[in-house]
Write a protein that binds this ligand. Structure first.
Ligand SMILES: NC(=O)c1ccc[n+]([C@@H]2O[C@H](COP(=O)([O-])OP(=O)(O)OC[C@H]3O[C@@H](n4cnc5c(N)ncnc54)[C@H](O)[C@@H]3O)[C@@H](O)[C@H]2O)c1
Length: 347
């Protein structure tokens, strides 16, 4: 039987304290490594199961490890001497991926189960878990004119099959490691994150990246048509990556948010049709729209209620979709034309 460890006030985090970040070959964790490096942290251990050549970002001076953190022994190795652990590794993607590969999504439970235990045993001071708006009750998301979701809307539980349930159970692990064992955990529920250095092709990409790529392709191939999944009326909010990494940092270091799930998302609600119009405007083009009602589309509407984050942090994600999309479009266009020229790019 484990006993609760003595909960002490944190000493100041030193610039050479070891910070571990999993999923670092991917989009959000890769950007988090960059953000913390720029803040001056000198001992960062970045971990991903993907080969290094497929990581979106690799920062100089960072210890990069290629390890599968669904394996218990690897988690022990990864958490050795860690002062803080950010666990962002998960098998995930956009609707096309999470509706089709529910087993893969559910199996991510192994990652958090072993990581949180290894972090606790290593004496880690703080542990961050990346949850998702997919943990919310889907019955509250059946209308495009959705009421924004507040933190208490996860229960009574009826999460998105597969991916959402894994997130909800992993959140509970984090809450109980605090309640029973005194590990300070932070839990953020991300709402659709987008931006440069993320997946833009290959089947795991999310709507903003997919729309940018489709518009770029249409222009390049001089075929001014676009196929949109669903009927274009579904609504979502999208958070720019810079807001996401800033929010992770703020949430991780607040004692009054320990073991408390909190929304981290934009509340600028747009329909898929509006998203396409915004990308068209950036590209300076108008495309003929075709709708594919049989494609995966997810819930009808989803938005983030930011009352709690505003109250707690006096801040909320605030990069406008127009601004964030312009930067994302530019990056994906570079990737697209580099690939066309035969240069190696990461998708
Ligand atoms: N992107 C979003 O809109 C969004 C929304 C809600 C929640 N999230 C969550 O945020 C986290 C990061 O998402 P992302 O968008 O950066 O995804 P991503 O797919 O770009 O990155 C995840 C990374 O985890 C790695 N990974 C998967 N299984 C692993 C394992 N067993 N061992 C080591 N590495 C492993 C993958 O190789 C990948 O590089 C995930 O937990 C995801 O569920 C993301």
């Amino acid at each position: 039987m484990e006993t609760k460890r003595l909960v002490e006030k944190d000493p100041t985090l030193k610039k050479d304290d070891l910070i571990v970040i999993t999923g670092a070959g991917g989009f959000i964790a890769g950007n988090l490594v960059k953000y913390l490096t720029r803040k001056g942290f000198t001992r960062i251990r970045a971990v991903d199961k993907k080969p290094l050549c497929e990581w979106y970002l690799r920062m100089p001076g960072v210890e990069n490890l290629c390890l599968d953190v669904s394996q218990e022994d690897n988690c022990k190795r990864v958490c050795e001497d860690a002062v803080e652990v950010y666990n962002l590794a998960a098998d995930m993607g956009g609707m096309g991926f999470i509706e089709r590969f529910r087993v893969e999504c559910l199996r991510s439970i192994l990652i958090n189960t072993h990581m949180v235990e290894a972090a606790y045993r290593a004496g880690t001071r703080r542990y961050f878990y990346s949850s998702s708006a997919c943990a919310y009750n889907i019955l509250l998301q059946q209308d495009p004119k959705v009421r924004a979701l507040k933190e208490s809307d996860a229960y009574p539980a009826m999460a998105e099959r597969g991916y959402g349930w894994e997130k909800l159970i992993s959140e509970m692990f984090c809450q109980e490691y605090w309640a029973e064992r005194g590990l300070k955990t932070a839990i953020a529920r991300f709402h659709n994150v987008y931006g440069p250095n993320g997946t833009w092709d290959g089947g795991r990409e999310k709507a903003p990246a997919a729309m940018c790529r489709k518009v770029i392709e249409a222009i390049d191939k001089k075929d001014l048509n676009i196929t949109i999944w669903g009927d274009g009326t579904a609504t979502r909010s999208f958070m720019y990556i810079d807001d996401c990494v800033k929010g992770i940092d703020l949430i991780m270091h607040r004692d009054d948010l320990i073991a408390t799930p909190i929304n981290l998302g934009s509340n600028e609600l747009v329909s898929v049709n509006e998203l396409v119009s915004k990308v068209e405007k950036i590209a300076g083009v108008k495309l003929e729209r075709h709708y594919d009602p049989s494609a995966p589309r997810g819930v009808a509407g989803r938005n983030s209620d930011n009352t709690f984050i505003r109250k707690m942090l006096g801040w909320e994600p605030n990069t406008t979709l127009d601004k964030g999309l312009a930067a994302t479009y530019k990056w994906i266009k570079e990737q697209y034309y580099n690939r066309k020229k035969g240069k190696r790019v990461v998708e």
